[in-house]
Each structure stands twice: as structure tokens, then as C-alpha cells.
Design a protein around this ligand. Structure first.
Ligand code: SAM
Length: 295
């Protein structure tokens, strides 16, 4: 008879955020496969559970160690899989272990508990009826931009994970690609410095920049911008800019801002396109105000 693989959620900060069932299984299993044995050791010590059965299982050794764990399960041993924080596999190791276990008819039982995405969303005040968990964005810039462009039309609430080191650049990149939106930055949940920064992303950036440093774990939640009404093709966009340059009395920056807002696209992108169109427009076709202003 194969043993059972338990997927156990552990705290995301406050060590007491763990279920009675999780503690009971951690006490009774043969092995605990942990992302960081030192961190899980602290949690076990806090709850007076023996450290003796800890085995390291992380992104660096998951292939080799995964096979060893499968063999132990096949021998009938029971194993608890835990990560450093929250639910294993949610932006954490474990996927291949669960997949191979299922392929080998090994029973996998989840022991639910904390996850930063659900904790953040539940108190964010954002629509919760339908949401997308993005997790960490790709490291490669082209892939990241491509994904953000795709997400800019998404009507569901978006949830991102990010490290405090990159949070400002993430917010700036989102504004550049998706426009300024309403968001919530959930920081250090369940810990002493827990806070929710709510507001337009630009105002969250201002708030963070006013601090000497940003530390701690961050989850970012973004709301769909309801002002996005229409899809526009590049050709239609160019023709709208062209018409506005000919007829509007407004400055280029205002024209770009209005068009960007109307279609829910980045102001910088429209402005760049407007500059190109303006450079090719004969002087007499520019509206009086714009030609004088930009002469
Ligand atoms: N498995 C975890 C879960 O279920 O939430 C996530 C692990 S992932 C490696 C770590 C990321 O989760 C952090 O970079 C941060 O974005 C988010 N996170 C973890 N703990 C958090 C907390 N206490 N407050 C806010 N965000 C947190």
C-alpha cells in the first residue's frame, strides 16, 4: 500500500495561522518535505513538533529529491509537503511531485490554510466574484510587457506577487502599459507591520517613494478600469489622432491623454504616435492653437 502525500498550507507570517488538522498531520507523518528546513524547523518548534523528519525539497533539488520522495511513498511512508509560507505550489515548489504522485496512483490530500493571494484579496475591497492570479511576472522584459498588454483588457481582478525590491518598477511598468488604475498593495499581512495601501497606482508609488525604504512581502491587486469602453485598431487610432491634430485646439499632450483615456491605452503610446503623425502633417493642416503652441 502506498503512503499518502499531504499538501499542507502553513502561515504567511503569524505562526499561529495554521489549522489543528495541519498540526496533527505534521506530528504524525513519517517525513516533512520542506522548501527550507530551517524555516519549517522554527514553525515546528513553535508548535512543539519534532524536527527529526524534515527533508529538504526545493526548486534546486526537486528532480532528484522528488524521485526519492516518490520511492518512500511507494514503500508506504506518509509525507507532508510544505513551503516557506502559505500554500505549496502557489508560486512555490511542488508541482512535479504532485504530478508524478498522481501518475503513480499515490493519494494526494490537501490540507487547506493560508495563502497570500486569498488573504490579500479578501480584505482588499476589490471585486472578488472573479479574479486572475498572475503571481510573479516573467523576468524577461519582452514576455512581461506582452503579458501586461494582454491583461490590460482583462475585466477580472488581477493579483500579482512581487518582491519589495521590484515593487516600484512593477507599479511604474503597469501604469505605462495599462494606464493608471485603482489598486491595493497588501504588505506584510498577518505580521506586525501589516498594511493595505489603497488608491490609484500613481498615488501608491508616491506614498512608497516618500518612505526611506520598502520592506516586507507585497501582493498587488488591480481593478478593471471601467472606463475602458472600446477596442481600437492601430489604423483607427492613427486616424483619430490625425483628426484631432487637425481640428482640436488642445495641446498634443491633452489630445493624447483624452484619446488614451477613451480607449484605455497608455498615454505615452498615443503621444508617441501623435508626435510621428504631427511630424508628417503639413503646417496648414495643424489646428491654429496647436501650430502656434508647437511652433
Ligand atoms: N505559497 C505562498 C502563498 O500561498 O501565498 C506564496 C509564496 S511566494 C514565493 C511569496 C510571495 O507571496 C511574496 O513575494 C509576496 O508577493 C506574497 N506574500 C507572501 N507572504 C505575504 C504576506 N505576509 N503579505 C503579503 N504578501 C505576501
Amino acid at each position: 500500500m502506498c503512503g499518502i502525500l499531504y499538501v499542507i498550507a502553513t502561515p504567511i507570517g503569524n505562526m499561529d495561522d495554521i489549522t489543528i488538522r495541519a498540526l496533527s498531520i505534521l506530528s504524525s507523518v513519517d517525513y516533512i518535505a520542506a522548501e527550507d528546513t530551517r524555516k519549517t524547523g522554527n514553525l515546528l518548534a513553535h508548535h512543539k513538533i519534532s524536527h527529526g523528519k524534515l527533508i529538504s525539497y526545493n526548486e534546486y533539488n526537486e528532480n532528484r529529491r522528488g524521485l526519492e520522495l516518490i520511492n518512500k511513498l511507494k514503500e508506504g511512508k506518509s509525507i507532508a509537503l510544505v513551503s516557506n509560507a502559505g500554500t505549496p505550489l502557489i508560486s512555490d515548489p511542488g508541482y512535479s511531485l504532485i504530478k508524478i504522485s498522481i501518475e503513480n496512483n499515490i493519494k494526494v490530500i490537501p490540507i487547506p490554510g493560508p495563502s497570500a493571494l486569498i488573504a490579500s484579496l479578501s480584505a482588499s475591497g476589490m471585486p472578488t466574484d472573479s479574479f486572475i492570479f498572475i503571481g510573479f511576472l516573467p523576468k524577461k522584459e519582452t514576455k512581461r510587457i506582452e503579458l501586461l498588454k494582454k491583461l490590460s483588457k482583462e475585466e477580472r481582478t488581477l493579483i500579482f506577487y512581487e518582491s519589495p525590491k521590484r515593487i516600484i518598477s512593477l507599479l511604474e511598468e503597469i501604469i505605462k502599459i495599462m494606464g493608471d488604475r485603482y489598486g491595493v498593495l497588501a504588505r506584510e499581512l498577518t505580521k506586525i507591520h501589516e498594511e493595505f495601501l489603497r488608491g490609484m497606482l500613481s498615488s501608491i508609488i508616491r506614498d512608497i517613494k516618500n518612505r526611506p525604504s520598502v520592506k516586507g512581502e507585497c501582493t498587488l491587486i488591480i481593478k478593471y478600469d471601467e472606463t475602458i469602453k472600446e477596442e481600437i485598431t492601430v489604423e483607427a487610432l492613427r486616424s483619430e489622432i490625425y483628426e484631432a491634430l487637425k481640428n482640436s485646439k488642445n495641446k498634443l499632450s491633452i489630445i493624447s491623454k483624452d484619446i488614451a483615456k477613451k480607449y484605455g491605452i497608455s498615454k505615452d503610446e498615443v503621444y508617441e504616435e501623435a508626435l510621428k503623425i504631427k511630424a508628417n502633417l503639413p503646417f496648414e493642416e495643424l489646428s491654429l492653437y496647436d501650430s502656434v503652441d508647437k511652433a
